[in-house]
Design a protein around this ligand. Structure first.
Ligand code: PEP
Length: 245
């Protein structure tokens, strides 16, 4: 049972169409009735759904964010890209940057750093993802990987409550595996120790309606980033409910 203010972030990745919006309606109804008021829900739909979703969640406890944005601040000849202004303009309040799936597709720490700066300049809050790969974990390099990602990703960034960190071990994403509780506590503790400010640190990686009972006992976590399970409104609602039970 927690009494803490918690974040629940739904990362839909490259899933979802207009019909999927009805899932959000269920979560809106739930959020209006739920006994605790100490939580925030953030949906990160594909770009195509930011605008309709942002309209739906007006005057609710739910906010919407984008899954990426271009590093350039201005409009330009960049076929297939959207910039921070564009997503902000259609209702996004957040953007998730540094996700391992995008790092895997070639996004460097430097590029992520540029994107973070551009996003903040355009008044988006940033959910900044960091996490080690399985080989880093095996080689006991978790802390050095996290330090490097933080140092390079946030270089020259003025930190305040506009940055939320999401700790997502790459090996835990979509695999059904989660870190051992003590390992997770220590990783979150280590990340917190890298900052003078009291930043919110979320955990992401195979969070579901079963393992939430274990995850919620790790008291230094400020919320959960949920991928697969967030595409099912019942599971997503259960994750929130169980966190408070
Ligand atoms: C993610 O990719 O951000 C994520 C948390 O995915 P999943 O919950 O499916 O592991």
């Amino acid at each position: 049972m927690t009494n803490k203010y918690m974040y629940f972030v739904a990362n839909w990745k490259m899933f979802g169409d207009f019909k999927s919006l009805k899932l959000v309606n269920k979560v809106i109804s739930f959020s209006k009735k739920f006994k605790s008021s100490k939580f925030k829900i953030i949906y990160l739909p594909p770009t195509t759904l930011i605008c309709p979703m942002a309209q739906m969640v007006k005057n609710t406890k739910i906010e919407v964010g984008a899954q990426n944005c271009h590093h350039q601040d201005n409009y330009g000849a960049e076929t297939g890209s959207v910039n921070a202004k564009m997503v902000r303009g259609v209702g996004a309040k957040y953007v998730i940057l540094g996700h391992s799936e995008n790092r895997e597709n070639g996004e460097s720490d430097k590029l992520i750093n540029q994107k973070i700066k551009t996003a903040l300049k355009n008044k988006l809050k940033v959910i900044f993802c960091i996490g080690e790969k399985i080989k880093d974990k095996r080689n006991k390099k978790t802390k050095s990987v996290l330090s490097k990602q933080i140092k390079l990703g946030l270089k020259g960034v003025k930190l305040n409550n506009n940055i939320i960190i999401a700790y997502e071990p790459v090996w835990a994403i979509g695999s059904g595996m989660i870190p051992k509780s003590n390992e997770l506590f220590n990783a979150i503790d280590f990340i917190k120790s890298r900052f003078k400010q009291n930043l919110k640190i979320l955990y992401g990686g195979s969070v579901n309606d079963k393992n939430i009972n274990e995850l919620k006992t790790i008291h230094n976590i400020d919320g959960f980033l949920v991928g697969g399970a967030s595409q099912n409104s019942k599971k997503f609602i259960d994750i929130i409910k169980k966190t408070y039970n």
